[in-house]
Design a protein around this ligand. Structure first.
Ligand code: ACO
Length: 428
């Protein structure tokens, strides 16, 4: 164990302190590097750069470990309760019964969206991508909740977080209904968080959707498995935007936009489209692997690989088992699950994937579970966003109340032309 590392450059040298996380993971503190040497570090995809110290989520990518506030993810699966995990992530410990009941009540009180938002929906084209709708409407929550644009005390953060967590599922369900030309179904205060989302998604004015415990549990589990994943692309985006002291709504809307990308949360849609192409005969599992390995082909084996996990992604393992369980409980089958199993088996035996330590990630099986619940494919990434929202809020809050936090402002290595002269247009 070292406390410092020595940087030798030319005839000079400096000592750089080494920080250690609670699990012993070391980090060279380069925060004074430029001031002391005039140099910066170069790490274009930030793969070697810690941007903060955080107490929220721990990942050990080599050992396939994921913990929320110290609790292994597997321990939330027996009786999955998303709202409990929301509280844990945002407030730092498990809630007691009263705290959980109080917070659930707050979510119920805030489940409606302002009528103005309902009218906004009427102006959105019916074929608009739901992630575009989600980011736009999350931003526009700032129109109607201006008292939470500057939140400094704990109570205001609780109130703003409850509004976001509660309303996001109403917004998501309305976005889905709009795309299907169906009437909006208002939330039902008697229903719990996930049951209420299912009701708004699937009830129709003359027929109440029947919620089964298996489906409600599956959705709770799915949201929990997506709830936080430390400094991933969307969460870092939330922190970056929030570091400028942008409000919680704006910061989380930016997170939605980042999540939309196919290399991040959008991968769950790509996975299902890939599996459907295999099912429909347009592509074979072997073709998929061949295209994924071809460096001249932009195709990727979606749902495989991860920046941090060099071993199995524990979320994928849990989701695969949940798929098997839910299909057995529903007495149903999905050919896409068989295709996914086969594709996984082929990839895990292929030297390309073995050498690069590429394993199924959370997106490989999540779409199959969402399909089993009846969620349309264009809503998969929206469901990921509902699940990830407590993580974004927790990370935003952690940064916001940290008195030492500064605006995030990376540097660059300029590689453009040297100084040159402006040439007037008639001389070019
Ligand atoms: N298919 C084919 N090749 C891959 C894949 C894949 N899914 N993932 C990584 N690789 C290759 C890379 O091209 C690279 O090859 P090289 O060494 O010959 O250049 C090698 O494996 C190592 O790649 P990494 O450095 O591990 O990948 P990186 O950290 O840059 O990207 C990412 C991680 C974006 C997740 C990548 O694995 C990927 O594109 N996967 C498919 C998309 C996906 O499933 N995204 C969801 C991720 S989980 C989440 O965001 C919720």
């Amino acid at each position: 164990m070292v406390d410092t590392v020595t940087l030798i450059y030319g005839d000079k040298q400096i000592e750089l302190p080494v920080l250690r996380g609670t699990e012993g993971d070391p980090a060279i503190d380069v925060s004074q590097l430029r001031a002391r040497t005039g140099m910066i570090t170069y790490d274009p995809s930030l793969a070697n750069t810690g941007i903060c110290q955080s107490q929220i989520t721990f990942i050990d990518g080599e050992r396939g470990i994921l913990r929320y506030r110290g609790i292994p993810i597997e321990q939330f699966t027996a009786k999955p309760n998303f709202v409990e995990v929301v509280w844990l992530l945002i407030f730092g410990r498990l809630p007691n019964k009263e705290e959980l009941a109080e917070f659930s009540e707050l979510l119920t009180e805030n489940e409606l969206v302002h009528e103005g938002i309902k009218y906004q929906f009427q102006r959105i084209p019916v074929d608009a991508p739901p992630m575009a709708i989600l980011s736009a409407i999350v931003t526009s929550l700032a129109f109607y909740h201006q008292q939470f644009l500057a939140v400094e005390d704990r109570e205001s953060i609780v109130q703003a977080a409850a509004r976001l967590i509660s309303k996001v599922r109403t917004i998501a369900a309305f976005a889905c209904r709009r795309s299907q030309g169906l009437p909006f179904i208002y939330p039902d205060p008697k229903l719990r968080y996930c049951a209420n989302f299912l009701h708004m998604m699937f009830s129709i004015p003359y027929r109440q959707y029947e919620i089964t415990p298996e489906v409600e549990d599956a959705l709770n589990l799915l949201f929990i498995l997506h709830a936080d994943h430390e400094q991933n692309c969307s969460t870092s985006t939330v922190r970056l935007v929030g570091s400028a002291r942008a409000n919680l709504f704006a910061s989380c809307a930016a997170g939605v936009c980042a999540l939309w990308g196919p290399l991040h949360g959008g991968a769950n849609v790509e996975v299902i489209q890939m599996l459907e192409r295999i099912r429909d005969g347009g592509l074979s599992a072997e073709d998929c692997l061949r295209h994924a390995k071809d460096k001249d082909n932009p195709f990727r084996l979606y749902g495989f690989g991860h920046r941090v996990y060099r071993n199995f992604d524990p979320r994928a393992t849990i989701l695969k088992a949940a798929c098997e369980r839910v299909f057995a409980q529903m007495n149903r089958n999905d050919p896409l699950l068989d295709i996914a199993r086969k594709l996984e088996e082929l990839a895990l035996a292929d030297p390309y994937f073995v050498e690069r330590q590429l394993y199924p990630n959370v997106d490989f099986y999540s779409g199959i579970l969402l399909r089993a619940i009846g969620i349309p494919t264009n809503m998969f990434t929206v469901c990921f966003a509902i699940g990830r929202l407590p993580g974004w809020i927790a990370q935003w809050k952690e940064q916001h109340i940290d008195p030492t936090s500064r605006i995030l402002r990376p540097r660059q290595v300029y590689a453009g032309p040297p100084e040159s002269r402006y040439v007037p247009i008639d001389q070019r």
